[in-house]
Design a protein around this ligand. Sequence first.
Ligand code: PGA
Length: 264
Amino acid sequence: MKVIIRDHESEAALWVADRIANAIKAKAKISDKPFVLGLPTGSTPLKVYAELVRKVKAGELSFKNVITFNMDEYVGLPVEHPESYHSFMYNNLFNHIDIPRENIHILDGNAPDLAAECASYEEKIAATGGFDLFLGGIGEDGHIAFNEPFSPLQSRTRVVTLTDDTIRVNSRFFGGDINLVPKQAMSVGVATVLGAKEVVIMAFGPKKARAIGEAIEGPITHKNTVSALQNHPDGIVVMDEDAAGELKVSSYKYFKAVEAAEMR
Ligand code: PGA
């Protein structure tokens, strides 16, 4: 696992946006096949999305040959609800870039048959040949997508029940009222994410420090589903100093030294 630590979130977000842009351009140079990108919602990716939008508007990057799959969506929330992940993605990214609408995939939390919707999502992902890069955040409880503690590390896209912790954390988007937060969601599985050629997990702020410390230094465990990234051949965790606060000093120095050596 590679770990990138930057003083502030804004610098870490620029690093991530550059990584994504470079990966899209690198594939375009050697192949006509679309770049397949997994995307998260939440507070964490906002600065990355803003920078990707800037790059597209500046003519530095194009999403014309990019296919996206979002990692999750609430069950039962209308698509046009301001807190649906559909709304989030269009407002923060898709409405501002040149991605063809048919290349965008987001789980339908109002599908008549939710299990069939999940199965078809996995089929659509497989039909593309799989993810080139999956971008994600981490929950305060160590979740990746909505793979809450005790989700199987071999899980695939399915309906999940949110933990009380996640409902409480996400209630900030619903006027602080936990009763307005959907209790279920659909989410790609841990194995869906780890099937990507490259996985980039971002963590910003002190609230993520405990989960990040456990994911990186603890055992691989379903109690912290991001910890499964330890087994991925190309996993990167990008964080600010606040999120690095629970790493051991020796680990912190090691990651900084590796990065400095690779830049020489
Ligand atoms: P956040 O959520 O980006 O809003 O902190 C991350 C997550 O729950 O995975």
